[in-house]
Design a protein around this ligand. Structure first.
Ligand SMILES: Cc1cc2nc3c(=O)[nH]c(=O)nc-3n(C[C@H](O)[C@H](O)[C@H](O)COP(=O)(O)OP(=O)(O)OC[C@H]3O[C@@H](n4cnc5c(N)ncnc54)[C@H](O)[C@@H]3O)c2cc1C
Length: 231
């Protein structure tokens, strides 16, 4: 009689679009997985602006996740509108309104995409409040996940989806991101149609930018009404 093989303990570090899609695909194939994220909860921070997901990359992943129809139901193709303003005068110098042939890469709010992925996972898959500090243990496994609060967990396979400053990467490589010389400052305006109609008119349905050669101001409409604030 064959020896029963227990399921490997698979840990995904990071509940961003990469880690959550990976977890969803594994679960669709009946493979157990746990996702660890450093944020305290799914509502702990704004998720940022919109993403355009193209037919030959992001949409392929969502199809594998069985979420492509749900994605199109929530996507905003009109979000591809782009306006260009002259920085000094504020004059509108360009406006691109997407045609029907460009609807292959619709925008979706990051928060909406993340909720879609989170809601598709088995309850309890994501362990919030787990900031990975390091991965150690023998290369042949099992690996030990060391979290910033001093707790640990064991894993037979660790999948790093913890963003640009990945702690998982450090278990494999000494490479670190280098500052590219560009800094982003982010501000949010809620309920723009009623509270900031001049901004709403300036931005349109998609994005608007003005650049003076050194600095760029980029504005982007996020759908779905007032943006939920972290509590
Ligand atoms: C301004 C901007 C615009 C972009 N526009 C587009 C676009 O239009 N279309 C597109 O496809 N892509 C776009 N991208 C790229 C896209 O944002 C990234 O490819 C995508 O977010 C990567 O997803 P991810 O899940 O790998 O990582 P992330 O989105 O970075 O998520 C990482 C997750 O890991 C968690 N984490 C981090 N460190 C730890 C730790 N130590 N322990 C536990 N958890 C941790 C974080 O809390 C987070 O939830 C854009 C990026 C930027 C900056």
């Amino acid at each position: 009689m064959p020896t029963p093989v227990s399921a490997p303990r698979i840990a995904v570090i990071g509940a961003g679009p990469g880690g959550l899609t990976c977890a969803r695909v594994l679960q669709r194939h009946g493979i157990p997985v746990t996702v660890y994220d450093r944020e305290a909860s799914r509502a702990a921070r704004d998720q940022g602006g919109t993403l355009d997901l193209h037919a030959d990359n992001g949409q392929v992943a969502l199809e594998a996740a069985g979420l492509l129809d749900a994605f199109f139901a929530k996507a905003r193709p009109e979000g591809q509108e782009m306006r260009t303003y002259e920085a000094a005068s504020g004059a509108l110098t360009g406006r691109h309104v997407p045609g029907p042939e460009e609807m292959f890469k619709p925008e979706i709010d990051r928060g909406v995409l993340r909720d879609l992925l989170l809601d598709s996972l088995a309850p309890g898959t994501v362990r919030w409040g787990h900031a990975l500090a390091a991965v150690d243990g023998p290369a042949e496994g099992p690996r030990t996940l060391r979290f910033a609060d001093g707790t640990t967990a064991a894993a037979d396979l660790v999948i790093g989806a913890d963003g640009a400053w990945s702690r998982v990467r450090r278990a494999l490589s000494g490479a670190l991101p280098a500052y590219g010389g560009v800094t982003f400052l982010e501000a949010w305006f809620d309920d723009v149609e009623t509270r900031h109609p001049e901004l709403a008119a300036l931005v349109g349905q998609g994005g608007a930018h003005a650049a003076d050669g050194e600095r760029t101001m980029f504005r982007q409409r996020i759908g779905g009404g007032p943006h939920p604030r972290p509590t």
